[in-house]
Design a protein around this ligand. Structure first.
Ligand code: 5AD
Length: 345
């Protein structure tokens, strides 16, 4: 079913609790119908917090002199990969800032070693990289690539995500390349960016389907005090989308209705809102969780946004805790790599 833009807009502004409950239930039942009850676990490793970009929302932006920078070594990454495999997860996600020190040849070696030693599916989330880098990593064995377009409003995107001097950035072009190279492709957005309107948000949801991506990550915008968008007070008119849990869940559920077979994580950014937000995501269409396996000494340095409630996330036992929570929800732990099913809706 393809939702019309007006239909999406009407549900984005819905406030009636009974109608919202219907929306969560519709998304949940479509998720069950197409994907079953399995929740796939992906082990996240934040391999570098070095970044050349100066995004107005992100705490890793270049020029933040108060933030100590790191890049993990090959042995450290392999160690994290082994831990992920030892918990029977099917996928490792390697994420970083846009770090030019992550060269094609070095990362190709990392990818090859992870593949031969663990057999894990490998997802990369390393920002905007060249055609040749992306191709090289695909050949080396990477399976998936995540690149959120953040907002389809080109003017807003330009304001919050300035290009590197003398260069242009076109995330839609990069997403197209990734598909052509045979990657499974993930994208996504932040909900409640200052200046984001309901109309543009409805366009974002329509685009997920038009782009035919395999995965969509949706999280609330979380103001970071060390960034230009970090101040708590922004001019807000009636068309400003709030960065609330409910609004994030609406976008998640509508994305599920529009794209029944894709993988949708209940994101860490959503989980920072309250202790039950992650579960709410899983009951409104999500089917993936990405527990953090970044070594302890680097966790706080991967300071994209301020996080309050990741206390249990930092516990060694978190993978087991999360499995217990999955079972207590009446769901099962996904086996294997958890690819998007091949049949299309
Ligand atoms: N609030 C919420 N999400 C953020 N991201 C980056 N900074 C923030 C923030 N302040 C998200 C972006 C990026 C992903 C890796 O993290 O959507 O694509």
């Amino acid at each position: 079913m393809q939702l019309a833009k007006n239909d999406i807009l009407a549900r984005l502004v819905e406030t009636d609790p009974a109608r919202l409950e219907e929306l969560w239930l519709a998304a949940d039942s479509l998720r069950r119908q197409y994907l079953g009850d399995a929740i796939h676990l992906r082990g996240l490793v934040e391999i570098s917090n070095i970044c050349v970009r100066s995004c107005a929302y992100c705490g890793l932006r270049t020029g933040r002199s108060d933030l100590k920078r790191y890049r993990m070594t090959l042995p450290e990454i392999l160690e994290a990969a082994r831990r992920i495999a030892s918990h029977s997860f099917g996928t490792i996600v390697l994420q970083s800032g846009e770090d030019q020190g992550i060269t094609q040849s070095w990362l190709a070696q990392v990818i090859a070693r992870i593949k031969t030693e663990t057999g894990l599916a490998i997802t990369l989330s390393l920002g905007e990289r060249s055609h040749s880098d992306l191709e090289g990593w695909r050949i080396a064995g990477a399976d998936r690539y995540l690149l959120r377009f953040e907002t389809s409003d080109r003017t807003l995107f330009g304001c919050i995500h300035p290009p590197r001097p003398g260069q242009t950035s076109d995330r839609f072009k990069t997403l197209e390349w990734l598909g052509q190279m045979g990657y499974e492709v993930g994208t996504g957005i932040m909900v409640g960016i200052p200046g984001q309107t309901y109309t543009s948000l409805a366009d974002d949801i329509g685009l997920f389907r038009d782009l035919d991506v395999d995965m969509v990550g949706i999280g609330p915008f979380l103001p970071h005090p060390a960034t230009p968008l970090g101040s708590a007070h922004h001019p807000s008119g009636p068309d400003q989308v709030p960065n609330s849990e409910t609004m994030t869940l609406k976008v998640l559920a509508l994305t599920r209705l529009n794209c029944p077979t894709i993988n949708i994580p209940s994101t860490t950014a959503l989980a920072t809102i309250s202790d039950v937000s992650r579960e709410h995501g899983l009951k409104a269409g999500a089917n993936v969780i990405m527990p953090n396996f970044t070594p302890r000494q680097y966790r706080l340095l991967y300071d994209i946004y301020p996080s309050k409630t990741d206390v249990d996330e930092n516990d060694e036992l978190f993978p087991d805790v999360i499995k217990a929570r999955i079972h207590s929800m009446g769901r099962t732990v996904g086996q294997g790599p958890g690819r998007r099913p091949r049949h299309r809706s």
